[in-house]
Ligand binder design. Structure first.
Ligand SMILES: [Zn+2]
Ligand SMILES: [Zn+2]
Ligand SMILES: [Zn+2]
Length: 114
């Protein structure tokens, strides 16, 4: 990984968890060749951990021109107590986490109305 290519390392993205794609707005330029318009993705893997089931997606962001590795992207997803949890960590795309209820009516949301 290479912090010279990004504007901000691990920016806070709130609840925007990406398991594909690239946060291009945070790319300064490729240190290797100065290119900044296209990024590719290599080494994409998705695995599931056994004991506490989590789906882990990882891939590397590389310069589309010279294949310089800019950042490694990690995304995790799991279900716990009727809620879906998402987590993203990437020097380029930033850090984010999100929680969603598995049901259309989120009891926590309704509780907060009163
Ligand atoms: Zn770099
Ligand atoms: Zn490059
Ligand atoms: Zn990323």
């Amino acid at each position: 990984m290479c912090q010279d290519c990004v504007k901000e390392e691990y920016p806070d993205r709130g609840t925007v968890c990406l398991d594909t794609g690239t946060y291009l707005a945070n790319l300064r330029e490729c240190r290797g060749c100065g290119h900044k318009d296209t990024l590719g993705v290599i080494n994409s893997t998705t695995s599931t951990t056994q004991d506490s089931p989590q789906e882990v997606t990882e891939y590397d962001h590389v310069c589309g021109n010279c294949n310089h590795v800019i950042a490694t992207h990690a995304h995790r997803f799991w279900v716990e107590d009727d809620y879906q949890y998402y987590e993203m960590s990437c020097m380029l795309c930033g850090e984010a986490e999100d929680t969603r209820c598995c049901y259309p009516n989120d009891p926590r949301l309704e509780a907060s109305l009163f």
